[in-house]
Ligand binder design. Structure first.
Ligand code: URA
Length: 439
């Protein structure tokens, strides 16, 4: 038995905690024996003093084991894999990567989150599809994955309860920004899913949680080594998040854009950059999970995109989770209020500030600032241009859209225009993949 205070003192002094100390503290907190004030104090000490890779791995393990873990033996006979994104603006890549990996023969049980703050949640976007049931029990998740090879569902109450309680405290005690705590939070949920292979998209830039390359690198390294410490396999790509991904930022509009990305021919269309990035992530999953060379996995993924089997897999998953894509098309066709902004100068789009675009979409109702805010699934921003495009005076830059309330659109439009920097010369090309880690 250790005293909670001695563990807090030890971390405050910058010393590494032993495995048993971490286990006892987190188990005591989860059982309600260690009060929130002591958990918050330890979280702050970890924030300030950090943790070694071994301590982080211990924290991951105890948080993962605070709830149910999913065992896929006897349920699926394919390799189980998943991808996790740290969250970006216009990030609808899970709707392409996960079905593509499933079309290549992997089982992909993907637990996804709701949006809070700037970046939209995959679960909220899926709920733009009428009937889509995003909250599945573990048994329902197993049934959908056994039937279709893929499910996108919210984390159930049984998965990593220690993370849910700790995250609520971190949120109000200024202790979110800590690499070991973020690593333990993400991995406790992702490893409980039972995936043997995990691939991470660590976003970096203005529209991301991690603003600079050094922070993103540290998180990517920590996530990959945390997975490897648990005896599973992982890789991470640090990807640029200065500009929004694709043309659409919102909920229904992002699902619609994902359907365009899944359509045969999309690899050479206007969304080629983010379709290519999706192929890269799916190929990493396939390559690691099946032990095939990355080039072969890329070719397989491209073939499954081109022949429509990734799109068919997405449709199969939507149907298995109760969603109705015909009703979704009718929802998209519903009248909305729109407001178009135009360029006041000619030149090249030098940058589009993802952070500002996300704030505008949030103000329109596409996201939530508080956990119980209601989402307007039809609200969002549709860009007419992307970085590097040439524009003339008066050319459309973007359209803001909302279910109702044209005045709100006009106010938001005044903000959105500030997201665009137009310069006389074209900006240099910028790759989406900043760094590769782990493979
Ligand atoms: N996402 C999580 O799930 N946890 C964190 O701590 C940060 C981002």
């Amino acid at each position: 038995m250790f005293s909670a205070k001695s563990i807090i003192d030890k971390k405050r002094e910058g010393r590494a905690l032993g495995s048993a100390e971490i286990r006892e503290f987190i188990s005591g907190f989860t059982a309600g024996e260690i009060p929130d004030c002591q958990m918050s104090a330890l979280a702050m000490a970890i924030c300030c003093r950090g943790m070694t890779a071994r301590e982080t791995a211990d924290l991951v393990e105890v948080m993962m084991n605070s709830g149910a873990t999913i065992d896929w033996k006897g349920v699926v006979d394919r390799p189980v894999a998943d991808k996790h994104s740290t969250g970006g603006v216009g990030d609808k890549l899970s709707f392409v990567i996960q079905p593509l990996a499933a079309a290549c023969g992997l089982a992909v049980p993907s637990l996804v989150g709701r949006g809070l703050g700037l970046t939209g949640g995959t679960a909220d976007k899926l709920e733009a599809i009428p009937g889509f049931k995003v909250s599945l029990s573990i048994d329902e998740l197993k049934r959908v994955v056994a039937e279709t090879g893929i499910a996108l569902a919210t984390q159930t109450a049984e998965i990593a309860p220690a993370d849910r309680r700790l995250y609520a405290l971190r949120d109000v005690t200024g202790t979110v920004a800590s690499i070991p705590l973020i690593t333990a939070s993400i991995l406790s949920k992702k490893l409980a899913e039972g995936a043997e292979t995990l691939v991470f998209d660590v976003k970096c830039g203005r529209g991301a949680f991690m603003k600079d390359a050094a922070e993103a690198h540290a998180l990517a390294e920590s996530l990959v080594s945390g997975v490897c410490a648990s005896g599973r396999r992982a890789a991470a790509l640090v990807t640029d998040m200065d500009e929004p991904l694709g043309f659409s930022v919102g909920n229904a509009c992002e699902v619609a854009e994902a359907l365009e990305m899944l359509a045969p021919g999309a690899e050479s269309g206007p969304l080629a950059d983010i379709v290519g990035l999706s192929v890269e992530f799916a190929a990493l999953m396939v390559s690691i999970a099946r032990g095939v060379p990355l080039d072969d996995a890329r070719a397989e993924c491209s073939a499954h995109l081109a022949d429509g089997s990734a799109l068919a897999k997405f449709r199969e998953m939507v149907a298995a989770q109760g969603g109705d894509l015909d009703a979704f098309a009718r929802r998209l066709a519903r009248p909305t209020v729109k407001y178009r902004i135009q360029s006041v100068r000619s030149g090249y789009v030098e940058s589009i500030d993802a952070d500002r675009v996300a704030r505008v979409a949030l103000s329109l109702g596409a996201g939530r600032e508080k956990p119980d805010d209601r989402i307007d699934h039809l609200a969002g921003v549709r860009l007419a241009v992307r970085r590097g495009d040439r524009v003339a005076i008066g050319a459309p830059l973007a359209t803001l859209e909302k279910g109702s309330d044209p005045d709100a659109l006009e106010r938001a439009a005044a903000e959105l225009i500030k997201a665009f920097a137009i310069s006389p010369t074209p900006p240099p090309p910028k790759p989406l993949v900043v760094e590769r880690i782990g493979c």
